[in-house]
Design a protein around this ligand. Sequence first.
Ligand SMILES: C[S@@+](CC[C@H](N)C(=O)[O-])C[C@H]1O[C@@H](n2cnc3c(N)ncnc32)[C@H](O)[C@@H]1O
Length: 206
Amino acid sequence: MNDAATAEYWDQRYAHPNHVYGYRPNDFLKLQSRFLGPASRILALCDGECRNGVWLAEQGHDVVSVDLSAVGLAKGRALATERGVAIETWHVDLADWVGMPGPDRPWDAVVAVFTYLPSALRRDVAAEATRQAARGAVLIAEEFTPAQPSMGTGGPTDPDLLVTRGAAADEWRGWNPDVRLTERRLFEGMDHQGLASVVQVLGLRA
Ligand SMILES: C[S@@+](CC[C@H](N)C(=O)[O-])C[C@H]1O[C@@H](n2cnc3c(N)ncnc32)[C@H](O)[C@@H]1O
């Protein structure tokens, strides 16, 4: 992929008629969603075309999907309508979101799936999400590791967008995170297909 993290780049990616990352939720999110309390208020970071946000709304959660791409979020809202659920979408660059006043009600959960954020921003976003989350909130995150480019199955190639186990543990340290490095088969849309190297994080806000 082109690693340029601009709104124009992502709008162009999402101009494709299909959902680039598919219509089903991320596998790790689906598996770990059993830890979410009923009707959780969930922050879905970098939710793109909102496959994850819409699926969470279908499970009865109250979701805010945040992304840089207006085109992606519009596709997400259309998917929500098609599925008979509602999600809130915030069209914002997370670089601007960091330091904004927090929500009226702290988040019950934070979801960060394949965010492709540069490391400095990723750290700031994790710190802000940590600050805004309720005690006992659930964190579910999955990112590509530095081994991913050699797998040839999608994901960023810029090393700064790839996440080591140590970085994930440090960025999400306020959540007593369980961090695993693993290889798994991805079938998540046109861009994420095949054996992939990922870091998975499950946490509970301390
Ligand atoms: C690989 S896509 C993943 C989308 C979604 N999480 C999924 O798994 O289907 C990365 C997403 O991060 C978003 N993104 C990248 N940089 C961002 C930023 N600075 N602020 C907000 N969103 C950003 C992009 O617009 C894109 O939708």
